[in-house]
Design a binder for this molecule. Structure first.
Ligand code: SAH
Ligand code: SF4
Ligand code: F3S
Length: 462
């Protein structure tokens, strides 16, 4: 899952908040951030941009014209790493052509995973910072001329980055990180080795940030964490359900979402809190990975097919209108045809609004890396196509049933293909592209749905 975030649009909300003089070295420095990976990486990049901005540096939308390029990386699959190496190759040739200083920093999950090995492979990198260390960036930049800097030590405590040091890409929809790290050690997953063990942000900080966002006109917030369900306030021991209920009381916020949830930690209390809290969207991303209990066992997921089905049944009983999405891995080591068919039948049964599906990719340090990756590439490919075809047809059917209806949409952008078309999402987090005679950017609008494809709905404002 993930989307790229290029710092092309910066909304400077805080003219008064720019802290000049903190690091004179960064004054007028032009920086460009390229983000790979998940929403948490995107939120981290908003923090990095905010920290640099607060030191006097300026965001740039051009790789070539910037003095500093920060690449925020993802290690979750081999492909995401490969994209980093190709970007680094491109940056190296830009650097060779440049006369002035040009610094390249690699931060995030690949930085944490490979550390000094990354520098051996790519000696033109100037600094490497793990997900727990990127806030050190203002101190590091002035030093990188003298030495290569690697900082990847995990800290046990939460490092709070103030909201005034966050340069958000949207004026209405905000990510709010509530926890980081993972204790689950699914056998395929590298995240516990990149983000470290779970740690939790104190609830008062979370609530203050959300209140400030509401005061600044934000309408939607997404609580973020590798496993938000395991949230526990480090001081008061308040759990996730209570946090949700508190967040729900913040006036001014209309839509609340949270990602990612783990089925193992998903209780009926969470479903109840969702149902009873008017601001929480009836929408949930609940990664299942596989429909086969034996594969789930080998993945160390901690639930069976039946238990997962039970959670879905409970969610739908409490919220018949809930929109569900999931993650699927095909071709996990040893996955037989029969086991794969169980994933297909689960998809047919649950009929998700949306899914993210991946071919299994062996990752360093994980348990599964030591099991033979025995499902041939061609079979993985075939299975991925089968999953995606099945899901595509389901989505066409569900989307078609919405034609003619009027849906509330939060407009957050313009269509990439056509600048006269706006885009946004509904409560169920479905993508809606629509035309409007009025300017509606960053507003709630009612859209009449007139047509659809498998991955988006189309219409016009009414
Ligand atoms: N709990 C996390 C999961 C991050 S990884 C979160 O959502 O933030 C996102 C998804 O990538 C996982 O749910 C899984 O479906 C997929 N994934 C993880 N490791 C993988 C691997 N080695 N090969 C293929 N897909 C993988
Ligand atoms: Fe990538 Fe790290 Fe996010 Fe996982 S947690 S998707 S490895 S950035
Ligand atoms: Fe990854 Fe599993 Fe944790 S998918 S993030 S190890 S819950």
């Amino acid at each position: 899952m993930g989307f790229r975030l290029n710092y092309i649009f910066f909304y400077k909300l805080r003219n008064t908040l720019r802290m000049t003089g903190k690091s004179a070295d960064l004054k007028n420095l032009k920086f460009y951030i390229h983000t790979f990976g998940c929403q948490m990486n995107n939120n981290d990049s908003e923090h990095i941009a905010g920290i640099l901005d607060s030191c006097g540096a300026n965001p740039s939308d051009s790789l070539e014209e910037s003095d500093l390029v920060v690449i925020n990386t993802c290690a979750v699959r081999e492909k995401s790493e490969e994209k980093l190496y190709s970007l680094l190759g491109r940056l190296n040739s830009i650097r060779e052509k440049k006369e002035k200083n040009f610094a390249i920093g690699v931060v995030g999950c690949v930085a944490q995973l490979h550390r000094s090995k990354l520098l051996e492979k790519m000696p033109h990198i100037d600094f490497i910072l793990g997900p727990d260390n990127y806030w050190q960036i203002p101190e590091i930049i002035p030093k990188h001329h003298e030495e290569k800097i690697i900082s990847t030590k995990w800290s046990k405590d939460w490092h709070e980055i103030p909201d005034e040091q966050t340069l958000r890409t949207s004026r209405v929809s905000a990510f709010v990180t509530i926890m980081e790290g993972c204790n689950n050690f699914c056998t395929y997953c590298v995240v516990p080795y990149t983000r470290g063990r779970e740690k939790f942000r104190p609830a008062p900080h979370i609530l203050t940030e959300i209140q400030e966002l509401a005061q600044n006109g934000y309408k939607e917030i997404q609580l973020l964490g590798q496993n938000v369900n395991s949230y526990i306030d480090p001081n008061s021991q308040m759990g996730f359900v209570k946090l949700l209920r508190k967040v729900n009381t913040v006036e001014g916020i209309d839509w609340i979402r949270f990602i990612a949830s783990h089925p193992k930690n998903f209780s009926t209390d969470i479903a109840k809190a969702m149902k009873e809290s008017e601001r929480i969207c009836h929408q949930l991303h609940l990664p299942v990975q596989s429909g086969s209990s034996s594969v789930l066992h080998r993945m160390n997921r901690g639930y069976t097919r039946k238990e997962y089905q039970q959670i879905i049944k409970d969610l739908r009983r409490q919220m018949p209108d809930i929109c569900l999405s999931t993650d699927i891995i095909v071709g996990f080591p040893g996955e037989s045809d029969k086991e794969f068919q169980e994933t297909m039948s689960l998809l047919e049964e649950i009929r998700y609004t949306n899914i993210f599906s991946f071919r299994y990719s062996p990752r360093p340090l994980t348990k599964a890396e030591n099991i033979t990756d025995d499902v041939p590439f061609a079979v993985k490919k075939e299975r991925l196509i089968a999953v995606q075809e099945l899901q595509k047809n389901i989505q066409i059917e569900t989307n078609q049933s919405l034609i003619g209806s009027t849906i509330k949409v939060l407009c957050t952008g313009k269509s990439k293909k056509d600048q006269n078309i706006y885009s946004g999402r509904n409560k169920g987090y479905q993508v809606i592209n629509f035309s409007s005679k009025k300017k509606v950017m960053d507003q709630f609008v009612n859209v009449q749905i007139t047509s659809c494809g498998p991955y988006s709905l189309r219409g016009h404002t009414v």
